[in-house]
Design a protein around this ligand. Structure first.
Ligand SMILES: N[C@@H](CCC(=O)N[C@@H](CS)C(=O)NCC(=O)O)C(=O)O
Length: 197
């Protein structure tokens, strides 16, 4: 039994989606970022964290990859060229999707008001649109890496959902249609239902 620290409206969604795909049961402690509860599990106050027995793990992408490796699903095996390509896709998404959305969040509500520069969001939205076109060109099959769902699919779709919530321009049509297909998965819907409950 796993415990996810962080609510569905945060990057904890990614971890819950992975656990659902893997058919694992889990509890959720919906600690808000920078709350006392969040700091108990991650000194930086960031969510998500994951408890696996006595182990306490942080960072959504590291946690997703850990779970995929541990359960031998949703990942290419370590030490293969396919895994290097999958990891490269993960790092690209972190750089060109997650980091852009996070910068926009910082300049919308995370930073103290006097440090926010709202005009940066024009640049960030343009960059995100560029990234979404590049990603649309890189889809290799029904899933980003080909025939099987892997870690970067979850990361990309959660970022696309985040971009919609953050009022970013719609992503490239091909990418939008691809993401809509992934949202039909039972595992995705199970996490959504948790959020709605
Ligand atoms: N790279 C980390 C980023 C985690 C992160 O920044 N989470 C946000 C919520 S989605 C947070 O806790 N923000 C609070 C803060 O940075 O002060 C991950 O993927 O888990």
């Amino acid at each position: 039994m796993y415990t996810v620290i962080g609510g569905v409206k945060t990057r904890a969604f990614r971890v819950m989606w992975m656990l659902e795909e893997l058919g694992q049961t889990y509890d959720v402690i919906p600690a808000a970022p920078q709350s006392e509860d969040a700091r108990k599990y991650n000194p930086s106050g960031k969510v998500p964290a994951l408890l696996d027995g006595n182990e306490r793990l942080t960072d959504s992408t590291a946690i997703m990859q850990y779970l995929a490796d541990k359960h031998g699903a949703l990942t290419a095996p370590a030490g293969t060229p396919a895994r290097a390509r999958q990891d490269a896709m993960v790092f690209w998404l972190v750089d060109e999707f997650d980091a852009i959305l996070w910068a926009a969040a910082k300049h919308s509500f995370v930073l103290p008001e006097e440090l926010r520069m709202p005009q940066i969001k024009v640049t960030l939205k343009t960059e995100f649109t560029r990234s979404s076109k590049l990603l649309a060109d890189r889809i290799e099959g029904p899933f980003l890496m080909g025939d099987e769902i892997t870690v970067p699919d979850i990361l990309a779709v959660q970022c696309i959902n985040w971009s919609i919530g953050a009022g970013f321009p719609s992503v490239d049509d091909r990418l939008g249609a691809w993401a809509a297909g992934l949202r039909k998965r039972d595992a995705f819907k199970a996490v959504r239902a948790r959020g709605d409950a």
